[in-house]
Write a protein that binds this ligand. Sequence first.
Ligand code: MRU
Length: 374
Amino acid sequence: MNSTKESSSPAPSFGGSAAHSTLSIDTVALRWHGSSLELLDQRLLPAQEHWITLEGACGVAQCIQDMVVRGAPAIGISAAYGVALAARHAENESGAGDWKAEIKQAICELSASRPTAVNLFWALQRMERVFHACGSLGEAQKRLADEAVAIHQEDLAGNLAMADHALEAMGLSAGTSTPISVLTHCNTGALATGGYGTALGVIRRLHETKLLKQVYADETRPWLQGSRLTAWELMREGISVTLNADGAAAAILAAGEVRWIIVGADRVTANGDVANKIGTYSLAVLARYHNVGFMVVAPSSTVDMSLASGVEIPIEERDGIEVREIRGIPLAPEGVSVFNPVFDVTPANLIDLIVTEKGVVRNPNSTAMQALFG
Ligand code: MRU
């Protein structure tokens, strides 16, 4: 059952947990209430802050597919809560006798929602391990809810650790270093994660420590995560942001002010190749040409050591309507054929740093990745 209401976002909500209550992040993508999950409908931002309430896994899977919630870590966290909801409501759906079938079906539906971000499968595998260890529905209800909350909390803690590692890896320290300008792509902030953000978490930390001069945010065609979400998220926190069309990135780098391009990831393979929002690869090429640092920030739940290289990553292609129209307004001739891959793969040799909560991989390759994640 879905119901909706509009409200502003409070601090990250784990259903009563006091963890990280001192963080002053004004933006959250999801709120857990024990028997329901609320998702901020990111399709409607920045015009409306509209929350959707979900009480079943099927609704959560649909919201992931439709991009009500998006961003690799936020997708994984939502899916974990989806499994917890399936357990919570299993008795109503099919009687206590069939609770195992109900939860298995939920995991199956959630895993089919989007293909590229490995955080989804990582979170579902974690939930599945807990599920297999449960002997009764009551035990499953408690332990699956606890596990989903743990996944959410760990993601937030990981973001904070990554921000520390990134500043150290860039050789920046508060009070002594000169503020820098950076460019980012897509949305990797509190809206895309358990809170704070990956690449945008590093940018937040630069701002908090007065090391940030300016953020350039690519608008990120076609879904416009940069203009609709990143610019909104940064402006409401008072972080200085300049929005640019994706095609302006080369001119911005040529002007010489930007020191680092900082992006997130949807999947990192065993050789250090990175799948991220379409357009990331061209930014990495530009960064190398202009001698600008290129940093990927992602939790270890985004690392997929089972794939040897980026060619093995399933790349999602979405409906051409996302390119042909915006909210029903045609931008192209009716019926034109469209190629709409929503991620691309940046080869490891164009990346300077991969920052995770476990540590930093410099000049990534198979050996360096194996050393940290093997
Ligand atoms: O299609 P989206 O909006 O889910 O794509 C999101 C991205 O590509 C992000 O850059 C990535 O998931 C990292 S989010 C911390």
